[in-house]
Ligand binder design. Sequence first.
Ligand code: UDX
Length: 449
Amino acid sequence: MNNVCIVGAGYVGLVSGACFAELGNMVTCIDVDTARVDSLRLGQVPFYEPGLQELMSRNVAAGRLSFSSDYADGVRNADYIFLCVPTPPSSNGAADTSILRSAIQTLAPILRRPYPVIVNKSTAPVGTTSSLQKQLVASDPSLARVDVVSNPEFLREGSAVSDFMSPDRVVVGTADGSAAGKMRDLYEPVEAPVLVTDTRTAEMIKYASNAFLATKISFINEMADICEHIGADVSLVAEGMGMDRRIGKSFLRPGVGYGGSCFPKDVLALAHTAAVHGSHPRLLRAVMDVNSHQFKRVLYKLRDELGELDGTVIAVWGIAYKPDTDDVREAPAIEIMQLLEQEGARVRAYDPVAMPKAAPRLPTVAMCESAYDAALHADAVLLLTEWNEFKSIDLERVAAGMNTPILIDGRNVFDPVRAREAGLTYAGVGRGAVEPRRLRVTTTRRVAV
Ligand code: UDX
């Protein structure tokens, strides 16, 4: 059993803390926000993440997980101190590491021998881990013996607990063999390959992974645009591409663009780092350019159907940047709704869990009880997040209640034929001008059905 201190009880910190506790460690999560700590002590999780609430309650009850706003409570017996604090973008696109630095400043005077390993999990520019180590030594030269290692996270919101417990890999950045050994021991129960590199390489693996996934998304979104112009179906194009094991199926779903707290920030930060160091990140810039244009294409389709949007009523299904989260950071839906309102449309929105987080940013949008309620008397429905509950919606009922039955499906959730049979004018993403013939794959030949 190890003692683990987590600094920062946000998304990454709480998931990591609860999972380390589940693996049998004693975990203390520290946060400077006392109100957050108070509500965590009452068992309230500040965001929606499937499975996390149960995991936290179980481990709190077992005495393995606790919360405090006093660093000393977590640091006293710690074998490992994980830094899981925000690194928001600053005005020039670089990730702001000031919260990390102030965490180190608070830790330095209270570290005692035998020293814990300090683990940076926050996504921070290449070179940050080594500069945190230098900061420690500058504050107290006797802290030169403390190991500061990089251990990037690859958690997806909505499946973060299982991503933590069954990772594809664990990346550890350190030049110190004993720190690497301690990290291997801690992660041994998750039975994943552990890749040990220098700190800069570990930091770069995180950025490169996110940038590559974002590139796949922008690539398929660009293919979707081409498909629309030439009359091909991008979903089948992606399926056909994904059957090639060198390409793979994942992250080839076209949509309204990537959002969330990671991809937009990390691609921008990597482009900034590249430029500062004299590299010209053409591809990263193109990825961002495609993405920032992608959500506007929904509006073009709406204008194609309705003409002027002034005076129209538009229903929006889904606000979260992706399903299974209430996170609306960099959510395309927020920007789309703001543009709709600027054009004079009235917006009625529904999301299964994200409305409380979205409402303060959309004070004039009507938040509705259900997807049906949002669509009632609307001139068009925009589907922007592919929540499961939308997949089983009764499209006949929706069409019957609308003023003009138009469905713009920003995530290709619905079968275009079904939607049209239900009486809706349908437009998806990259589904071509002509109705594609779906091909069923058999082991020996392809059969049109
Ligand atoms: C991402 C990374 O996957 C994770 O490893 C990292 O630690 C944090 O950033 P997350 O933001 O939770 O995780 O979401 P993810 O599931 O990766 O989706 C990101 C965005 O891409 C969402 O807006 C999603 O809708 C979009 N997306 C994803 C697509 O548009 N198409 C796809 O095929 C996949």
